[in-house]
Design a protein around this ligand. Structure first.
Ligand SMILES: *Cc1c(COP(=O)(O)O)cnc(C)c1O
Length: 361
């Protein structure tokens, strides 16, 4: 360009995020299993709250999200004063990088980590540092070994996406305790609600001053279309993030729906139980066909094929049957396909199609 207009360092290093496809040319009965969406949908109470919000569209929303933060506090036993709500948990994870890292700083995540983490690192001009995993499991010692006096932020999803694997809470605690003093641990709990009796790091946030946990309404709560997430962290960090976020970042309709969804714990419980049931059925069915997967703690499984070519061929076959799953070569897993756990009929359709694919070879 002839002029001197240039973006900030790092921005042109960002590879655009590619979302899960939702359409197939020439297919009508498409089954979308590429974005880890809840097959049971949102809580009916959330839908009603959203519809009611239509009567007040001329009003600006709350700036402090107080009602939603209180609901989160009631359900998850956290202090609402230390909760921040964002446009998806993604906004909060991005604000963390903006607030705490910049050129010359390092942002650490693991080799199969969520593909938004490098985007957040580049966006603030920091250097992404990618740490190896061990057989698709996060390796705390490797993360600690990668930390330097430049490390400002460590992103860790537990359960992880796209592997679905999880490390024990004691390992997360060991990671938090071993970080250098200037580094913050961002525990991404996007799939935490799928794990029974799991606090997703709440106790760790309370015990330490270098851990923040993020959560989302996009997965078990079935509100991905509305864009709402939240995080619980040290008061000092929450105060910093609140200065950066837009005062009206969440719409009134989103706030109302999220509050109702949060309080409908019966729906959440039903979704967790159904997910576990059909996830285990799906994994067992595929394993019988010679397509194994690691035990998943989330609402998807990472199906492993004999080769990248077989994974691709299976993806093509599934598409011919109207089924969309996620290729994860970009995550360093070219021989795998990530398959969202759908409802019973969806899982049966997947196993049937993979059986036909395997039988045809
Ligand atoms: C889906 C997902 C999120 C959620 O993002 P939102 O912005 O809340 O929709 C965060 N982290 C991981 C690892 C995810 O898979």
């Amino acid at each position: 360009m002839a002029n001197g207009i240039r973006p900030q360092p790092g921005i042109m290093d960002i590879a655009l995020y590619v979302g899960g496809a939702s359409q197939l040319a020439g297919q009508s009965n498409v089954l979308k299993l590429s974005s880890n969406e809840n097959p049971l949908g949102a809580s009916p109470a959330a839908m009603q709250a959203f519809a009611r919000a239509a009567h007040d569209l001329h009003r600006y929303p709350s700036t402090d999200h107080a009602a939603l933060r209180v609901a989160i506090g009631d359900v998850w036993g956290v202090d609402p004063a230390r909760v921040i709500c964002g446009v998806g948990s993604g906004e909060i994870l991005k604000l963390l990088a903006e607030a705490y890292a910049g050129p010359g700083d390092e942002v650490v995540f693991t080799e199969h980590g969520f593909s938004m983490y490098p985007i957040y690192a580049h966006a603030c001009g920091a250097t992404p540092v990618v740490v190896p995993e061990r057989d698709r499991m996060v390796d705390v010692d490797a993360i600690l070994a990668a930390c330097t006096d430049k490390t400002r932020l460590v992103y860790l999803a537990n359960p992880a996406n796209p592997t679905g694997t999880m490390i024990p809470e004691a390992e997360v605690a060991r990671l938090a305790a071993g970080l250098p003093p200037q580094a913050l641990l961002a525990l991404d709990g996007a799939y935490a609600e799928f794990v029974a009796d799991y606090d997703a790091g709440r106790a760790l946030v309370e015990a330490r001053d270098n851990v923040i946990m993020s959560r989302t309404f996009s997965k078990i709560y079935g509100l991905g279309g509305l864009r709402i997430g939240w995080a619980y962290g040290p008061q000092a960090v929450i105060d910093v993030l609140n200065r950066l976020r837009g005062p009206f970042n969440l719409s009134a309709a989103a706030l109302a729906a999220a509050e109702a969804a949060m309080r409908d714990t019966a729906h959440t419980d039903r979704c967790r139980i159904e997910n576990a049931r059909w996830r285990d059925w799906l994994a067992a069915g595929l394993a019988e066909l010679g397509v194994p997967s690691d035990p998943s703690s989330a609402n998807f499984i990472l199906a492993r094929f004999a080769s990248p070519a077989e994974a691709q061929a299976c993806d093509v076959y599934l598409q011919s049957q109207g089924i969309i799953v996620r290729q994860v070569a970009g995550y360093g897993l070219p021989h795998c396909l990530r398959i969202t756990v759908g409802d019973e009929s969806a899982c049966r359709r997947v196993v049937h199609a993979v059986a036909q694919f395997k039988g045809s070879r």
